[in-house]
Each structure stands twice: as C-alpha cells, then as structure tokens.
Design a binder for this molecule. Structure first.
Ligand code: NAD
Length: 303
C-alpha cells in the first residue's frame, strides 16, 4: 500500500489549466498591442468523434482569447477544393494556425493535404518540414500530444538528461515525435513496438516509460522498474462491471505501488493535447513574426 498516493499522480488537468493560464496571459498582452492570434480548424465530413474534438478545440480557444475560424466542408468535398481552402488560409495574414481534423474521408490523400499547410501555420506539427526540423533539433512546431507529455515529464522529473526513456509505439502522431523530443532533452531513448521482442524486459530498463499503443492494460507490474515515471498516452474504452469506462495502456492499479509518478487515464495526458494546441498557435504567430522580420531585413540589406 502506497503511503502517499496523491504525490504520485501526475495531474494532467491541473497542468493543462496552468498551461492555458500562461497562454491566456500571453494572448491578453498581444491583444493589448492590437493583435489577436487566430486558429482555423478545418473539418471535412460528419464523423461524430471529430465533431466533438473540433467543438472542444473551438471552446478552449475562446476561453484563452484565441479567435477561431471553423471551416466545415461536406464529406464529398473534392481534394482540389480542400487544397484551395488551405491555400486561402495559408495566404490570410490574420490566421496564425491551421488544423485539419483527422481522419479525412477515404477519397482524400491525407499526406498531400497535410503537406499543403504552411509549415509556419502547422499547429499539429505534421508537415515534413516540421518533422524534419524536430529530428534536427531545430525550434519548430511539434505535435501537441508528445509536447504535452514533455511538459508533464519536466514538471514531474525536473532534469531529464541521461535518463533512459522507453517509448512504446512508433506512430507519426505520438511515438516517433515523442522519441525525438526525449532525445532533444538528452535522454537515452529506446523505441519499442508491435514487432519488438521481449517487451517486458526492454521496458524494465526504463527510468521513464511512455506508452502510446491503444491496448487496455497491456503493461503490468512485470514491465516496470521500481521508481519508473510512467506517462500513459493510451485511451481505451472497455466494458467492465456492466459499465463503460476509459483505461490506459498501463494497468494503473498494478503500476501505482511501483512507479515514482504516473499519469491517470482519464485526467493525465488527455487535457494536455488541447492545451498544447493553444500554445502552438502562439508559437506559430511568433515564428511568423520572426520570418517576417527576416524578410524585412533581407529586403533592406544590399545584395
Ligand atoms: P497507432 O495505432 O497509430 O500506433 C500504435 C503503436 O503501437 C504502433 O506503432 C504499434 O507498433 C504499437 N503497438 C501495437 N500493438 C503493440 C503491442 N502489443 N506491443 C507494443 N507495441 C504495440 O496509435 P496512436 O495514434 O499512436 O495512439 C496510441 C494511443 O494513444 C491510442 O490509445 C490513442 O487513442 C491514444 N492517443 C491519445 C492522445 C491524447 O490526447 N491523450 C492523443 C493521441 C493518441
């Protein structure tokens, strides 16, 4: 029995509220200077879950003072028309962030659409220029969920340098950028996935374990080194005791006595994703201002 259970919980809700308060403060200051950051959210089709996600993003933007613009397009929208909408948003100087809600209908080439977003407005961090920039350790827009996980880890662990981090999962949205961010923070990083051998033994080496798999309670006590810090990105809906509930990839009850700190599901990583979308919108504005400044300097310097 753990004597200090509350000390072990990494409270994503509270941290997200702090991040949003920081964003609100920066937005207020920008607005006093006559500038309001703006985020465009593009939704194609009627997917119920996507509609909820978009509504939450728009609501959160309003709470922190970011202007949002919703572009809702029918599910039979042609690829060329969607690319046209993105091009318009790219050109609009009053729009700082562009997010295309995924998944897109099957007839649309997702990669081509994400590549069409200006890298400086790509608040999801999915454009190849930003993926490459992250791999090179440059200051670029990075995906919201792993960026939120890094904030939770920095708050929970302080110094990350030299820690052995094991990331389970290698998706473009979570696993790969998570590994790149941990590497940037001077961790020793191991990425394991569905084809890795002896996952429990690999995971037992971890000082920091980040799981982004999507399998309920995959990770039991025998996967964990005592004192590990666990970030559970997984969100899995299960039926248990006659009711539906959300659980992570980690068997929370089994992990709690072993872990030094752990995120719950729900209430851990989840709230951080939208908070970092807001933070990325401000970062996008900053990067756009820096680019405009560079352009002005280049125009005035003799060739
Ligand atoms: P994904 O399906 O794209 O990737 C899953 C990864 O897990 C793959 O790389 C695969 O190799 C690996 N994997 C599958 N089975 C495995 C196994 N048995 N052992 C080890 N690795 C295995 O999923 P994703 O988009 O990266 O999302 C992962 C989870 O995170 C999902 O539950 C998703 O709902 C959740 N998620 C949460 C947030 C959030 O805001 N909290 C955001 C994104 C994703």
């Amino acid at each position: 029995m753990n004597a200090f259970p509350s000390l072990k919980l990494i409270d994503g809700k509270a941290t997200a509220a702090r991040v949003l308060a920081e964003v609100r403060e920066q937005v207020d200051s920008l607005r006093r200077g006559g500038m309001q950051p703006a985020l465009a959210v593009v939704l194609v089709g009627q997917d119920a879950a996507s509609q909820v996600y978009v509504r939450n993003k728009v609501l959160r933007a309003a709470e922190v003072g970011i202007r949002s613009l919703e572009q809702r397009l029918p599910s039979d929208t042609e690829q060329a028309d969607l690319l046209g909408v993105i091009e318009q948003l790219n050109r609009d100087p009053a729009i700082n962030g562009i997010l295309v809600q995924l998944p897109l209908p099957g007839h649309i080439d997702e990669h081509q659409v994400l590549q069409a977003i200006s890298p400086l407005k790509d608040v999801d961090g999915f454009h190849s220029a930003n993926v490459g920039g992250l791999a090179q350790g440059r200051d670029v827009l990075t995906p919201c969920t792993p960026s939120g996980c890094m904030r939770l880890l920095r708050d929970a662990c302080g110094e990350l340098r030299g820690k052995h981090a094991v990331v389970i999962g290698r998706s473009n949205i979570v696993g790969k950028p998570m590994a790149a961010l941990l590497l940037q923070a001077d961790c020793t990083v191991t990425v394991v996935h569905s084809r890795s051998h002896d996952l429990p033994a690999l995971c037992r080496q971890a000082d920091i374990l980040v799981s982004a798999v999507g399998k309920p309670r995959l990770i039991g006590a025998d996967w964990l080194k005592p004192g590990v810090v666990v970030i559970d990105v997984g969100i899995n809906r299960i039926e248990e005791d006659g009711r539906s509930r959300l659980v992570g990839d980690v068997d929370f009850a089994a992990a709690l006595p072993l872990a030094a700190a752990i995120t719950p599901v729900p209430g851990g990583v989840g709230p951080m994703t939208i908070a970092y979308l807001m933070k990325n919108t401000l970062l996008a504005l900053d990067l756009q201002q820096q680019a405009a400044q560079r352009e002005r300097t280049a125009c005035h310097s003799p060739c």
